[in-house]
Design a protein around this ligand. Structure first.
Ligand SMILES: Cc1cc2nc3c(=O)[nH]c(=O)nc-3n(C[C@H](O)[C@H](O)[C@H](O)COP(=O)(O)OP(=O)(O)OC[C@H]3O[C@@H](n4cnc5c(N)ncnc54)[C@H](O)[C@@H]3O)c2cc1C
Length: 390
């Protein structure tokens, strides 16, 4: 059995950022990842960073490429009735901005930094299992092709996403789950075309649409679609036709179409598992919570959890367990802020299959209120750019 301070399960953004921050503080750690490195790098996911995430990455020494290639933006645009475009200028309202920089790039930056510091990352670690989490000396077993390995440690960080083993290692009697599954998904494409220069959400009678960007030659577009569809039902032509139909004519005319280089259908779900700590196991990121992508919060929450957890583990190593003992409550306060906001944005912008005429009017009233009230726009802006860290 080998020994380390912290075993981190999962080499996604949460796990790799935690490893980076712990290594910087001299805390020995090993990361166990089920997939290959290339598989993780090829996953196309989030793209809008809260400014707190930008600052966290910069402080960690991970901001150079993000600052060179990322696109700072400060306006959230919402179209509805096929014509009106409402703009929420976060810089004007709050003096705060966001950054468009793909999760794929962040993952590349994290792996490059891990290579440079010779981090201990085991890819293709099969059958990861957590043991003795409610004792002072837990351990983690896995199979990397040559039989079962065991690592003893002081703490386990469960950063293994929604389908990982960590959350399920907490006894059912201790865990409470909160869940809402939405009756539609997002069909997304990546295209190597110049993106619409604005971030545009559309509430349309045909369904929701979103225009976002990754870089000056990489567009990310989504349309609301039933989860009973499959990606094969959506040719590029069908996608572009549907996207353009959901946008105001003035914006649709500016869209540059082209062949997709990636296409996926993602379900929308709100989910929280409490608590985020059990014994010596600490959950961070999607392992503990999922939000629909409408509020662009999933990756940002993973970063804020890790920020709190790294601080807690480093303080504990220096003899102070205050942050460690408060981790779950502190992380959950921010998680629920984002969960509520993402749920609200999802309700505001989508057409639900069972939407009544009353629901429709209420939704339109909410959009009109946003257009007419600076206070309402300020509230949206404050939550979109990210609530402050504790
Ligand atoms: C299709 C899609 C689109 C998204 N779009 C957005 C968006 O627009 N905006 C946004 O903010 N968020 C978005 N998200 C969410 C965002 O990508 C996640 O919140 C973010 O990846 C969370 O990071 P994480 O490290 O916690 O989890 P993950 O990225 O899921 O990483 C977990 C890692 O753990 C590994 N793992 C799992 N099980 C095991 C195991 N048993 N043993 C070892 N390793 C294991 C996985 O292979 C994975 O590499 C999207 C997610 C998806 C799926």
């Amino acid at each position: 059995m080998t020994e380390t301070e912290v075993v981190i399960v999962g080499a996604g953004p949460a796990g790799m950022l935690l490893s980076h921050l712990l290594d910087a503080a001299g805390l020995d750690n090993v990361v166990l990842e089920r997939q290959t490195r290339q598989y993780v790098l090829d996953r196309i996911r989030a793209g809008v960073l809260e400014w707190g995430t930008v600052e966290t990455l910069r402080e960690a020494g991970l901001g150079a490429r993000m600052d060179a290639e990322g696109h700072v933006h400060d306006t959230i645009n919402i179209a509805w009735r096929g014509e009106d475009v409402l703009s929420v200028d976060t810089n004007e309202l709050l003096g705060r901005q966001m950054m468009a920089y793909g999760q794929t790039r962040i993952q590349e930056d994290l792996y490059a930094a891990a290579d440079a510091r010779r981090a201990q990352v085991v890819f293709e670690a099969a059958d990861v299992a957590l043991h003795d989490l409610d004792t002072d000396h837990p351990s983690v077993t896995y199979d990397a092709g040559g039989g079962t390995e065991r690592i003893g440690c002081a703490f386990v960080a469960g950063c293994d996403g929604f389908h990982g083993v960590s959350r399920l290692s907490i006894p059912d009697s201790v865990r409470t789950e909160f869940e809402k599954v939405y009756p539609f998904g997002w069909l997304g494409i990546l295209a190597e075309t110049p993106p619409l220069p604005i971030l545009l959400y559309a509430n349309h009678e045909r369904g929701f649409a979103l225009c976002s960007m990754r870089n000056p030659m990489l567009s990310r577009y989504y349309v609301q679609a039933p989860m009973t569809d499959s990606v094969d039902d959506w040719s590029d032509d069908r996608f572009w036709t549907e996207l353009l139909a959901r946008l105001p004519a003035g914006q649709a005319d500016r869209i540059v179409t082209g062949p997709s280089i990636e296409k996926s259908l993602a379900p929308l779900r709100s989910y929280v598992s409490e608590p985020m700590r059990w014994g010596r196991l600490f959950l961070a990121g999607d392992a503990a919570h999922i939000v629909p992508p409408t509020g662009a919060k999933g990756l940002n929450l993973a970063v804020s959890d890790v920020r709190y957890l790294a601080r807690a583990l480093i303080a504990s190593d220096a003899g102070d367990d205050t942050y460690l003992d408060g981790y779950s409550d502190m992380a959950l306060r921010r998680v629920w802020g984002a969960v509520r906001f993402s749920w609200w944005m999802t309700n505001l912008l989508h057409r639900f299959p069972d939407q009544t005429a009353f629901d429709q009017r209420a939704q339109e009233q909410e959009l009109s209120y946003l257009a007419s009230s600076e206070s309402a726009r300020r509230s949206l802006a404050e939550q979109y750019v990210g609530l402050p860290y504790e």
